[in-house]
Design a protein around this ligand. Structure first.
Ligand code: LLP
Length: 443
């Protein structure tokens, strides 16, 4: 029997602004069949209003508890300029992990003071770019401090604010590769180096300070933040007690998960707030803190559900043992299933004909047997030519795509108020080849 406490499937779809109208799948009130026919497939479709909605929901939750907060969108999740402009227009700030991401933000009209640069394994070139452009650096290793200070001195820039990424040792995430805290993990500095790091930062002339953690990605149970936050707040208290430091900001990182599977409930933002914001407020109210800005850095939460991939079935293969539905989007378009074994729900765009249920592996066109976007999916019998929607592709979808097998990346389409806009051209074969240089002796 169906568990009544579990969310009903239609509601689960509706939360992602998906619904069947006259048996045709609509996304943001636009027919997916019309989009597939107009723009051809494979294609990423992005829902502008859903991004705005997710941002506002999260902002309201934070602001209901603590006014001085900032949401820094982790642009590694989705770095399309139009998406950055949408979030910027909502008042978002931004988390960048590379100078390329900082450059992208500038191109979207985002200013340096809206950005925190949380890189790792920084080079001097990285520091030069950030310091020249007045972007705050969040250091990842004690050893990097000297080099960063030198870059400031060489460029004749005043050392203003700095932050360190602290590794609170308790991590979480949907896959081992997305857990980013723990003694064996490459990120951040451990408790035993924190005092030294900030002491040295003061000594070399930094005047303002922030702190940062990011414990992992794809966390749907907010209680998985408990231990890390507890430890983090303890480290900060100790830091404030030991050194005479006022904090400009305290950053809790991202990691907020989304319900990829129909049986999953959305992240409980109220519980998240209890754990993160209330813990932070208690710390601030204890004294010694001058109302620092509370920062979080979600990527996935803001954009994942706001995009689907439309793909077309080209091959139905019954090998006598298993059924395969072959589509024109593979791990070149969405690598998450192949890379992390991630589940992305896949649904037909047209359910107008009554069909029997059949179990398929939904396979992409890449020449590797791991190119399965959905394993053992029970779907109404599929035919060659049918369109499928692959859900929740708006975070780590396009940004992790590739042109492997010399397959050009697809276009991106934004839908808003019933209209659709191409916001990225599909690549061409020549785009894939354009940076190659043939030496004279091979011409
Ligand atoms: N802040 C920092 C410092 C991060 O490294 C990340 C993600 C975020 C924020 C945003 O995390 P989110 O809120 O999106 O969970 N490719 C993987 C996810 C890798 C995340 C890397 N860092 C995936 O497809 O699941």
């Amino acid at each position: 029997m169906r568990d009544k406490t579990k969310m009903d499937y239609k509601k689960w779809l509706r939360n992602k602004e998906l619904k069947y109208r006259d048996n045709i799948l609509y996304f943001a009130d636009v027919s997916t069949i019309e989009l597939a026919e107009k723009y051809s497939t494979p294609i990423y479709i992005i829902n502008e209003q859903l991004i705005r909605k997710r941002y506002k929901q999260l902002k309201d939750v934070l602001a209901s508890e603590y006014k001085r907060n900032e949401i820094h969108f982790a642009i590694k999740a989705n770095s399309n300029l139009s998406i950055l402009k949408i979030l910027n227009s909502e008042g978002a700030n931004f988390d960048c992990s590379s100078t390329g991401e900082i450059y992208t933000c500038f191109k979207a009209g985002i200013s340096p003071e809206q950005i925190i640069y949380t890189g790792n394994m920084f080079t001097d070139e990285d520091f030069n770019f950030a310091v020249k452009n007045d972007v705050l650096v969040n250091l990842d290793s004690l050893s990097q401090l000297k080099r960063l200070a030198m870059v400031y001195d060489n460029l004749g820039k005043e050392k203003n604010a700095i932050s360190f990424r602290i590794n609170p040792e308790f991590g979480a995430g949907h896959h081992a590769h997305t857990i980013t805290a723990g003694k064996n993990i490459k990120f951040g500095i451990l408790d035993n180096q924190v005092i030294e790091a900030y002491k040295k930062a003061k000594e070399v002339g930094f005047k303002k300070f922030g702190t940062h953690i990011h414990i992992g990605s794809g966390i749907l149970n907010p209680h998985n933040f408990d231990k890390a936050i507890h430890k983090y707040l303890g480290i900060i208290t100790n830091l404030a007690d030991t050194l005479d430091i006022t904090f400009e900001f305290i950053d809790f990182g991202g990691g907020l998960g989304i319900p990829y599977r129909p049986e999953e409930e959305p992240l409980d933002l109220q519980v998240y707030k209890e754990i993160v914001v209330k813990g932070f407020k208690e710390l601030v109210e204890k004294g010694g803190f001058d109302e620092p800005i509370l920062i979080i850095e979600p990527g996935r939460y803001l954009t994942a559900e706001a995009s689907i991939i439309l793909a077309q079935i080209n091959t139905i293969k019954n090998n006598g043992y298993k059924m395969f539905a072959g589509i024109n989007a593979g791990f070149n378009t969405l690598i998450r299933p192949m890379m992390y074994g991630s589940y992305h729900h896949i649904i037909p765009c047209d359910i107008s004909q009554e069909r029997e249920k059949v179990t398929y592996d939904i396979a992409g066109p890449i020449c590797e047997s791991g190119d399965i976007i959905g394993k053992e999916r029970e779907l109404p019998e599929l035919n060659e030519g049918d369109y499928l929607a692959i859900l929740d592709a708006g975070a780590y979808g396009f940004t992790m795509s590739s042109s492997y097998n010399s397959r050009p990346r697809p276009a991106e389409i934004l839908v808003n108020n019933g209209q659709s806009y191409k916001i990225r051209e599909a690549e061409t074969f020549d785009d894939i080849l354009k940076h190659q240089i043939i030496p004279d002796h091979l011409k």
